[in-house]
Design a protein around this ligand. Structure first.
Ligand code: PGA
Length: 259
């Protein structure tokens, strides 16, 4: 796990955009996440595209998760959110932006089909991830199997509360079930890019980076992956014990190694 610590959330966004851009230039398959944290990264990628510095025209994208039961055109579906935040502003073909079908009559089957679709497309080259205050990745809440595949999950009440801000603060409007890539699915991506900002994530970041690998902190499963880039701002590292070492290791990294 490579830990990159930068001063603020803007630098988290530009650093994450550097990583994603390098993959996009190779026409790679991108794993996209919704939530507040990646928004700055997406804005930066759009900026680079508009300035002619970057193209996504050979890329395919897969979303991590989707609410069950919201109409597809509801503005809070992740289908709509990712188009609003990123993909409608860049040159990726819309039909190559995939997400689980939260409107399916049989969501469990839709989840299995999504898993097959990822496999058929050759897998995900780079997956961008945020972390929940409870350590979740995708919508894999604490105690999710570390080997889990794409499936239905019921959201933890804390996550419902966290996400109520997207539903005018009304928890009763937040769907309680989702289809999410499993932790095992996420670990199959060839490169994982985790971004976290702000004090509210400091506790979860500590559990992910320095805690034991445990289903109680789904993000700790990243310790089992061979290529993880974690990009954090100062506030998010407040509870880490080995900040000096991470800073030293990154500043002494050979240039040729890249991200
Ligand atoms: P956030 O969500 O980026 O909105 O904080 C992260 C997550 O829940 O995965």
């Amino acid at each position: 796990m490579e830990i990159i610590i930068v001063d603020n959330s803007d630098q988290v966004s530009t650093t994450a955009a550097d990583v994603i851009a390098a993959h996009a230039e190779l026409g790679h398959t991108l794993g996209l996440a919704t939530g507040s944290t990646p928004e700055g990264t997406y804005r930066e990628l759009i900026h680079r595209y508009r300035h002619g510095d970057l193209s996504f025209n050979r890329c395919t994208a897969f979303l991590l998760d989707e609410y069950v039961g919201l109409p597809k055109d509801h503005e809070q579906t992740y289908y709509c959110t990712i188009r609003r935040q990123l993909t409608s502003h860049i040159d990726i073909a819309d039909e190559r932006v995939h997400s689980p079908d939260g409107t399916a009559a049989h969501p469990g089957e839709a989840a299995e089909e999504y898993e097959r679709l990822i496999a058929r497309s050759g897998g995900i080259d780079v997956q961008i991830l945020g972390i929940g205050t409870d350590g979740h990745i995708g919508f894999n809440e604490p105690t999710s199997s570390l080997a889990s595949r794409t499936r239905i999950k019921t959201l933890h009440p804390d996550t419902v509360r966290d996400n109520a801000r997207f539903f005018e603060g009304d928890e009763s409007r937040v769907p309680h079930q989702v289809i999410t890539q499993g932790i095992g699915t996420i670990l199959d991506s060839r490169h994982l890019v985790m971004i976290a900002t702000g004090e509210s994530k400091a506790h979860a970041v500590r559990a992910m980076v320095e805690g034991p690998v445990s289903a109680m902190c789904p993000a700790s499963a990243l310790q089992l992956h061979q290529h993880v880039t974690v990009i954090l701002d100062r506030a998010a590292v407040a509870e880490l014990s080995n900040v000096d070492y991470y800073t030293y290791a990154f500043s002494h990294k050979p240039q040729w190694q890249g991200f």
